[in-house]
Design a protein around this ligand. Structure first.
Ligand SMILES: *Cc1c(COP(=O)(O)O)cnc(C)c1O
Length: 400
């Protein structure tokens, strides 16, 4: 029997978001303008940074951060293999070489103890990823960065709400980049935000995101008299639009409420899965307090004890109407990265990558659905045991 479909993710788009978008459409200013400025102001107030620069995606923001920091051809940037491919792609886009560094088995974030052995004369930056909204070990990473004079660009795609040692993610490295992709904690459909406390970097990012122009269209329009613009560098087309920002302004107001709702769901999942020995939870609400960490609870991955079960379980869940994902297949295992790397191996990331699968998690997911998801996983293991028993009984019969 197929259950009612339980999607992997469903964005929460409410009346306020819809009205704001309609209102923006009616004003006639739908490109980058006052709504983007408003969203940036609200975002930097929320994070507590001096600057926030809206962009078209987190990928674009990572790429722009590297360009703004002067990183390019001939440079190396260290990052984790257990991330979305776009973290490494952005390094390639900037013209630099991604250097992978294995992860720490408990938090699955980049292992600071292994970073130093990856540093060469060419190393310019480290990109830690706050995976699933759990902060990477920033104190140790910053110490290494300082020692070797490296920049730190944080991939904060999962980490809008994350706090590390009493400090919000966004103000720790040189820049932090957030994602508002459709399935992230807050969404603008597509979109991203770069936060920084460095004024010169913020100015450069603003110019780079819009063709390299010294004045954006909204500022020229607002000025009243005609203003010529100057193209001061070959920039990109990486700006956000006011339609997207209209969503973001309201999504941001609800970010903490939704985090609490997801935390509740994660708690229920943890209680249920603690009774199932074949899998292990990766995101644990009990880890919110040590060292003053606040997790963003972006995803709910579990790890199967036996990697052979993983793909069967993915198929089983999907065919029983439960949406699933894998976060992530380690980036160095993808065809393109295989082609540029020299048979490199990152055993801890590979082990995790073979055993991880993510279950539905979004604020409006019902508690009964959480229970159903658990039961489907449980049924998979029970039926597996039965099949195993049947097979061994059949063999016994043959023997007799
Ligand atoms: C989603 C994601 C990105 C990319 O975000 P976009 O806004 O879609 O470009 C980057 N890194 C991680 C870890 C992500 O999950």
């Amino acid at each position: 029997m197929k259950n009612q479909e339980i999607p992997f993710f469903k964005p929460t788009i409410e009346k306020e978001e819809i009205e704001e978008v309609v209102n923006t459409l009616k004003t006639g200013w739908i490109g980058q303008g006052p709504k983007c400025e408003q969203f940036e102001l609200n975002f930097r107030n929320y994070i507590g940074t001096d600057y926030a620069v809206s962009v078209s995606s987190c990928t674009a923001g990572l790429h722009l951060s590297l360009i703004a920091l002067g990183i390019g051809r001939g440079d190396e940037v260290i990052t984790t293999p257990l991330t979305f491919c776009s973290t490494a792609n952005a390094i390639v886009h900037a013209g630099a070489t991604p250097i992978f560094c294995d992860i720490e088995p408990k938090t699955l974030t980049i292992d600071p103890e292994k970073i130093e052995e990856k540093i060469t004369q060419k190393t310019k930056a480290i990109i830690p990823v706050h995976l699933y909204g759990y902060p990477a070990e920033m104190t140790k990473i910053l110490k290494i960065a300082k020692k070797y004079n490296l920049y730190v660009v944080e991939d904060a795609a999962h980490a809008v709400e994350t706090v590390y040692h009493n400090q919000k993610i966004g103000a720790i490295g040189d820049t932090a980049v957030f994602s508002f992709y459709a399935s992230k904690n807050i969404t603008t459909g597509e979109g991203g935000m770069i936060t920084t406390n460095n004024e010169a970097v913020a100015e450069k990012l603003k110019i780079l995101r819009l063709h390299g122009l010294d004045k954006d269209a909204w500022k020229r329009y607002k000025a009243g008299q005609y203003k010529h613009y100057e193209c001061v560098m070959p920039g990109y087309k990486f700006n956000m639009t006011d339609i997207q920002a209209s969503l973001g302004i309201w999504q941001l107001k609800k970010v903490e409420k939704w985090r609490k709702m997801r935390k509740q769901i994660v708690q229920t999942y943890n209680e249920l899965f603690n009774t199932l020995k074949e899998v292990q939870c990766v995101v644990r609400p009990g880890e919110d307090t040590p060292d003053n960490v606040v997790q963003a609870y972006h995803l709910f991955p579990i790890m199967v004890k036996n990697p052979h079960d993983r793909d069967h379980l993915l198929t089983y869940l999907q065919s029983n109407g439960v949406g699933v994902g894998v976060h992530f297949k380690p980036v160095h295992q993808y065809t393109y990265y295989q082609s540029i790397l020299k048979n490199e191996s990152y055993p801890i990331a590979e082990n995790a990558g073979d055993r991880l699968l993510s279950l539905p998690l979004f604020p409006t997911l019902h508690q009964e659905d959480v229970k159903t998801v658990f039961e489907v996983v449980q049924n998979f293991f029970t039926s597996k045991k039965q099949i195993h028993l049947l097979n061994s009984n059949a063999q016994d019969t043959v023997k007799k």
